[in-house]
Design a protein around this ligand. Structure first.
Ligand SMILES: [Fe+2]
Ligand SMILES: [Fe+2]
Length: 279
């Protein structure tokens, strides 16, 4: 399988073209068709697809990593171009989500869930398929489903909350799932925000696929927003694994990206808007 992955939406712009935004999306081209993994927050997915020459009308499937606005907010814009298309996600993506952030010395709650109703997205052409378990979508293309939280050091982000029946509690993001491409060169793992913990996700993938050779791990790792222990333990275990390339983006954060670069050297790259990984 020949595969090319282009970062379509991301916080940073790496070339002379494209726009940055808080969000993530990757355009995936394979011999068996094109896919979109996440959609960014809605500001740049269409304009970046045009300047990067990636035709959103050519995608045959959309995967959503989880229900945060910065991964799902671009869905209407994509649907307006594409029309009817299969959208794979966990059923909890429509949960009411909040982020509690410190702004000007006070705590402010901001809505951080998917900003559109399911019916509206269906009206625009989304054909939702919900999964909670590991699933093969097409030959060699898998979604992790819910990831068991097994490590002691990977904790949920305390700023992220969920509201159910008026009660606000810690959001553990059960809907967080990642995309797996099983290629001749090894597994390519694409993360949304890795809210399940990057090590938990990798262990789950190895368990389910039965292979431990990763050609690349790409996407948001959320490593800079948690404890230093989580960052250092994760890096220690990542270094023990068979990972050819690590290309981080979005919610990895600069300090964590610098640490990963220190440890992985030439095997590291920052996946900004327009970055391409060819397999
Ligand atoms: Fe995110
Ligand atoms: Fe997220």
């Amino acid at each position: 399988m020949t595969t090319r992955i282009t970062i379509l939406c991301e916080n940073l712009v790496g070339q002379l073209i494209g726009s940055g935004e808080h969000g993530f999306a990757a355009f995936i081209e394979t011999d068996q068709g094109n896919y979109l993994f996440d959609t960014g927050s809605g500001h740049s997915v269409v304009s970046n697809s045009l300047v990067l020459n990636k035709d959103l009308r050519s995608i045959n499937t959309i995967f959503l990593s989880h229900g945060h606005y910065d991964h799902t907010g671009g869905l209407p814009e994509v649907l307006k171009m594409k029309g009817k298309v299969d959208v794979h996600a966990h059923p909890h993506i429509f949960s009411d989500r909040l982020a509690v952030l410190k702004e000007e010395g006070t705590e402010k709650k901001r809505f951080s869930g998917i900003p559109y109703k399911k019916r509206y997205l269906e009206f625009l052409g989304a054909n939702f398929s919900f999964n909670t378990d590991f699933i093969e979508i097409e030959k060699g293309v898998f979604l992790t489903g819910e990831v068991p939280r097994r490590t002691s050091f990977e904790k949920p982000d305390p700023r992220l909350k969920i509201e159910v029946d008026g009660e606000i509690t810690q959001d553990i993001l059960p809907d967080d799932q990642s995309l797996i491409l099983d290629t001749d060169k090894g597994i390519v793992l694409i993360l949304g925000c890795a809210h399940s913990g990057i090590i938990n996700i990798i262990n789950h993938v190895v368990n389910k696929i039965g292979k431990g050779k990763f050609y690349a791990i790409l996407g948001g790792t959320h490593l800079d927003f948690l404890t230093p222990e989580q960052l250092e333990e994760s890096i220690k275990l990542l270094k023990q694994m068979e990972i050819e390339t690590i290309g981080v983006s979005h919610c990895t954060g600069m300090r964590a990206a610098f640490r990963l670069h220190q440890e992985f050297g030439d095997r590291f790259f920052y996946g900004c808007v327009g970055s391409v990984l060819e397999v």
